[in-house]
Design a protein around this ligand. Structure first.
Ligand SMILES: [Zn+2]
Length: 480
C-alpha cells in the first residue's frame, strides 16, 4: 500500500513534468515564430529602404539639379538679400542723417544715427557722427538783431501776359518779381551763404522763471560765414484781377504731398507745376538743402476778402462759386500741407487794411471778419504782415499805451512786420518781435540800377542787381 502510494505520486509527478515541458516547448515555438515574423518584416523594410535609397541615388546622378543644391542656392539668395537689405538700410540711415546735417541740425543727425544700435560699430556711422560733432563745435550763434527779411508778391510766370500793356501792367511792374529774377536771387543769395530761417527761429514765446509769458530770442546756430534771412510773400490769394495775366491760379497739394500750383493755360486747360514762390522755393531747397535752416520755409501771408490760396470761399462768392463748400475743404488740405512742410502762415489783414491810419474800431471789424471767415480755414496765426508796410507805430518800442498794439497782442499776434529799405531792422522785445522787410520788386530793383541812380544802393549785400533785373520789364518802371 505504501509502495503503491509512492509509485502513484512518482507517476503523477513525472506526468506533471512532461506536461510542463510540453507547455514550455509550445511557448518556445510561439516565441520563435514571432521572432521569425519580426525578422521577415524587418528584412522587408530594410530591403524597401535600400531600394528607395538606390532609386534616389540613381536620380541624383541624372542631369536635373539635386534637391540639396537647390536648398543651398535658396539659402545663399536669402543671405544675399538680407545683406543687400541691411546695406540699403544703412545707406538710407546715413543719407537721412546727412539731410538733417545739411539743414544744420547736427544734434538730430547724431541722435538718428545713434538710434540704431545694430549699426553703432559701422565705420561710416562712426565717421559721420565724428564729422557732425566736429562741425557742431565750429557753429556761431547768429545775431538776431541783424537778420534781414526779404519779401515778394506773386511771382510773374509769363512776362508777355503780365507786361501786355493793359491797365494792370504798371502795378505788376512796380510790386512784383519775375520768375527769372526770383530764381537768380535764390542762386545768388545761396552762393553768398544766406540761409533761410523762420520768424519762430528768431524769437519764440516761452515762460520765464517768474512764470510770465515772454518772447525770447532764439538761438540760430550756423557755420561761420553763413547768414540767416527770413523770406515772406504777401497776398497769396491769386486775386480775380490777376486772371490771364501770367500768374498761378491757385495752390493745391501735389502728388508728393508738397504744396504746388495750378495755372490756367490759353486753351482753358489747367497745368500743374511750380508756378509761384512756394513750389519754386521747395524745388530749390530739395536741390540745396543747406539753403534752409532745420526745414525752414518762407512766411505766406493772406488777405481774406476773396478767400485764400486762389479759392473763392468768401461769403461774397456764395452765389458765384458753386463749389464753395468743397473749396473750403480743399483749402484746409493745402494749409495743412504748407504747415507740414515748414511754411509759416500769416495775416495780411482781411481787407488789406492800412492799419497806420485806420481807427481801432475799423481794425476790430476787420479782425472780426478774419476770425469768422479765415481762421476756420487757416487756423490761428501769430504773424501780422502790415499791408502797404504801414506800421501801427513809429520806431519806438510798442507799449500797451498803443491801443492798436494792445488789441492785436490780445488777439494773439506776436510777430509784426513793416517794410523798410535798411539791410536789417529788428526789435526783439519781451512781448513781441518786430522786423522790417525789404521789397525785392520792380521799383526797388529798377531804382537801384547804377544806370538809373548811381548813388543808390539798397541791395548789394544780397546780390548784384545788374545781374538780376529782368530786361523784359517795360522801363522806366513807374515810380510809387
Ligand atoms: Zn499786400
Amino acid at each position: 500500500m505504501l509502495y503503491d502510494e509512492e509509485s502513484e505520486r512518482r507517476h503523477a509527478y513525472l506526468e506533471r513534468r512532461r506536461q510542463r515541458r510540453r507547455r514550455q516547448r509550445t511557448i518556445h515555438l510561439v516565441i520563435l515564430v514571432i521572432l521569425l515574423i519580426l525578422f521577415i518584416f524587418s528584412a522587408a523594410a530594410f530591403a524597401i529602404a535600400l531600394y528607395d535609397r538606390m532609386k534616389e541615388t540613381s536620380k541624383a546622378s541624372s542631369p536635373s539639379p539635386e534637391p540639396s543644391s537647390q536648398e543651398a542656392e535658396t539659402l545663399q539668395t536669402e543671405t544675399e538679400t538680407m545683406i543687400d537689405e541691411t546695406v540699403a538700410e544703412l545707406e538710407s540711415l546715413l543719407s537721412e542723417a546727412e539731410f538733417l546735417a545739411a539743414g544744420y541740425d547736427y544734434d538730430r543727425a547724431i541722435e538718428l544715427l545713434r538710434s540704431r544700435p545694430e549699426f553703432a560699430d559701422e565705420q561710416a556711422v562712426l565717421d559721420a557722427c565724428a564729422s557732425y560733432e566736429e562741425i557742431k563745435a565750429t557753429l556761431v550763434p547768429a545775431n538776431i538783431n541783424e537778420v534781414t527779411h526779404i519779401f515778394f508778391h506773386s511771382i510773374i510766370m509769363d512776362n508777355k501776359k503780365a507786361f501786355d500793356g493793359d491797365t494792370d501792367e504798371p502795378g505788376y511792374n512796380q510790386v512784383m518779381t519775375t520768375k527769372s529774377e526770383f530764381l537768380k536771387i535764390l542762386e545768388e543769395m545761396y552762393a553768398r551763404g544766406y540761409v533761410l530761417v523762420r520768424l519762430h527761429d528768431m524769437a519764440y514765446e516761452t515762460t520765464d522763471e517768474q512764470g510770465n509769458t515772454v518772447m525770447k530770442k532764439g538761438s540760430i546756430l550756423l557755420p561761420p560765414g553763413k547768414k540767416p534771412f527770413v523770406m515772406s510773400q504777401d497776398d497769396v490769394c491769386y486775386y480775380d484781377y490777376m486772371k490771364g495775366d501770367g500768374f498761378a491760379t491757385r495752390m493745391i497739394v501735389g502728388e508728393d504731398g508738397k504744396p504746388t500750383c495750378e495755372m490756367e493755360l490759353d486753351d482753358g486747360t489747367v497745368s500743374v507745376g511750380s508756378y509761384d514762390l512756394v513750389p519754386l522755393l521747395e524745388d530749390f531747397i530739395m536741390e540745396h538743402p543747406d539753403f534752409s535752416y532745420r526745414g525752414a520755409r518762407a512766411v505766406i501771408a493772406f488777405t481774406g476778402y476773396q478767400g485764400i490760396l486762389g479759392y473763392r470761399t468768401d461769403p461774397d462768392y456764395q452765389d458765384k462759386n458753386p463749389n464753395i463748400e468743397q473749396d473750403k475743404e480743399e483749402v484746409k488740405k493745402v494749409v495743412q500741407a504748407l504747415r507740414d512742410n515748414g511754411w509759416e502762415l500769416a495775416s495780411h489783414t482781411y481787407g488789406h487794411m492800412r492799419l497806420s491810419t485806420r481807427s481801432l474800431d475799423d481794425i476790430k471789424t476787420d479782425t472780426g471778419k478774419w476770425d469768422a471767415y479765415i481762421t476756420p480755414l487757416l487756423g490761428e496765426v501769430d504773424i501780422l504782415l502790415y499791408p502797404f508796410g504801414a506800421d501801427i507805430g513809429d520806431w519806438h518800442d510798442y507799449t500797451r499805451e498803443n491801443k492798436k498794439f494792445a488789441f492785436l497782442y490780445d488777439h494773439g499776434f506776436r510777430y509784426f512786420c513793416n517794410v523798410d529799405a535798411a539791410p536789417y531792422w529788428v526789435q526783439a522785445r519781451d512781448s513781441y518781435l518786430r522786423q522790417g522787410r525789404r521789397n525785392l520788386d520792380g521799383v526797388r530793383m529798377y531804382y537801384d540800377l547804377p544806370e538809373t541812380n548811381p548813388t543808390k544802393d539798397h541791395l548789394s549785400d544780397l546780390f548784384d542787381v545788374t545781374k538780376i533785373f529782368d530786361r523784359e520789364r517795360p522801363t522806366p518802371v513807374p515810380p510809387m
